[in-house]
Design a protein around this ligand. Structure first.
Ligand SMILES: NC(=O)C1=CN([C@@H]2O[C@H](COP(=O)(O)OP(=O)(O)OC[C@H]3O[C@@H](n4cnc5c(N)ncnc54)[C@H](O)[C@@H]3O)[C@@H](O)[C@H]2O)C=CC1
Ligand SMILES: O=C(O)C(=O)[C@H](O)COP(=O)(O)O
Length: 382
């Protein structure tokens, strides 16, 4: 079988080497002429997969090693009998940990001694939002979440979007959808953005177009704008210079880029290919997960819970490093920004999830134990 794949999908040979001949291309460069002879197309979020790309090709299966599917015309694939799979959940913990890192830095910069005093509003309570809600709830934060599709399905405990927008921190975790009762395109529009103030932080790790960028630019120019953390950008890899200037933290769409997240993304589409073509599943992500560079952290009984949590979160992932790398790209001429955006993603440093690190504590340190468990670390008693 001929497999055409985005070169940024990790472990292509390890997972797909036995299944077919692999041809790699930069995802943004994949065009109709490239897919004509492919049986399987494997993409990430930067390849638009639709009739323009696939009509006339012999592609029988498309896999995207991502959670988001807004770049795929799924109904066209279905109408044309082409198999499809995404990678739901694969990098959800990575995004959750990105948000935890942002929260820890935000609390420190605002001089908030106890970060759990921040109320957090989650928009979209699926894999990412739901896991974030759970971790924050266990840590003792007051959390609100809005998710109309889940509410329609009878899920309790959800709030209206307008209530969620009154929280100290608002974090977006919806898919990007343009049709249906609960479409999210420009969900945060001019009216909703007008309700936010300088005591609030808005985090967007969903898709750039879930927020109306033009309205956001306007809001950031007005009195008392909210603090802003952007990982995703409407029109990326282009970066809006005015939003870049206004953002407190900014990163080039890497919230989901933990090593676990990326390898599990490949694993999910490998499993789907095997199912689709009736092949045995012989490989798993665990086989290929390298040893983490940091495996253990040890705290004495004298560590305060706040400080210990801060140290552990940032030892695993400090969002300020990604912010600094992105800002260094944006100091170059504007014409080089989009290639810089993609280069940062392609050459992303190794980042491991919290549960790759064992936390060693003195027995009896109950508060610390609870906090680390809630954050998602593994515990080891001394
Ligand atoms: N920045 C990054 O690196 C990453 C971004 N993402 C983005 O995050 C999105 C969410 O990921 P998951 O939680 O795994 O997806 P998911 O599908 O598990 O959950 C999404 C939730 O949003 C809800 N939702 C839909 N419309 C809504 C609306 N109008 N208002 C409120 N909630 C609504 C759905 O009912 C669902 O519960 C992905 O679709 C993707 O676009 C995902 C992974 C990495
Ligand atoms: O999984 C998703 O959805 C994401 O947003 C990915 O983390 C984005 O990664 P790329 O596909 O853009 O490499």
């Amino acid at each position: 079988m001929q497999i055409l794949a985005d070169e940024n999908i990790p472990l292509l040979d390890a997972f797909f080497g036995d299944i077919g001949t692999i041809r790699r291309m930069p995802g943004r460069a994949i065009k109709a002429a490239d897919v004509t002879d492919a049986d399987i197309l494997l993409v990430r979020s930067v390849t638009r997969v639709d009739a323009d790309l696939l009509s006339g090709s012999r592609v029988r299966f498309v896999g995207t090693a991502t959670i988001g599917t807004d770049h795929i015309d799924e109904s066209w694939l279905e109408r044309n009998g082409i198999g499809f799979a995404a990678a739901p959940g694969s990098n959800a913990d990575s995004v959750v940990e990105y948000v935890l890192s942002v929260l820890s830095v935000y609390a420190e910069e605002r001089g908030i001694e106890d970060w759990t005093r921040l109320s957090v509003g989650i928009v979209g309570a699926g894999n990412v939002g739901g896991r974030l809600r759970q971790r924050l709830g266990k840590l003792g934060f007051s959390v609100r979440a809005s998710d109309p599709p889940l509410a329609d399905d009878g899920e309790d405990g959800l709030d209206d979007l307008d209530d969620v927008l009154t929280c100290d921190v608002i974090t977006l975790h919806t898919p990007l959808t343009r049709t249906g009762d609960h479409a999210t395109h420009h969900l945060l529009d001019r009216t909703r953005l007008a309700t936010l103030n300088e005591q609030q932080l808005l985090i967007n790790t969903s898709r750039g177009a879930v927020v109306d960028s033009e309205a956001l630019r306007e809001r950031m120019r007005q009195e008392a704008p909210p603090w802003l953390c952007l990982d995703v950008w409407e029109g990326e890899p282009e970066t809006d210079p005015e939003l870049a200037e206004a953002a407190w933290l900014m990163t080039p769409h890497i919230a989901g880029y933990s090593q676990e997240g990326k390898i599990q993304g490949t694993e999910r589409i490998y499993q789907a290919v095997c199912r689709y073509f009736g092949l045995p599943v012989r490989k798993s992500s665990g086989q290929y997960m390298p040893e983490p560079p940091l495996s253990k952290l040890s705290f004495t009984a004298s560590a305060s819970t706040q400080e210990a949590a801060r140290v552990a979160i940032r030892a695993c992932y400090d969002v300020r490093c990604d912010d600094a790398r992105f800002r260094s790209v944006l100091r170059r001429p504007v014409g080089e920004w989009s290639t810089g955006f993609d280069r940062l993603r392609q050459q992303y440093p190794i980042r491991r999830e919290f549960d790759s690190v064992k936390i060693q504590l003195k027995s009896g340190a109950k508060d610390l134990q609870q906090v680390f468990k809630a954050l998602g670390f593994k515990l080891k008693q001394k």
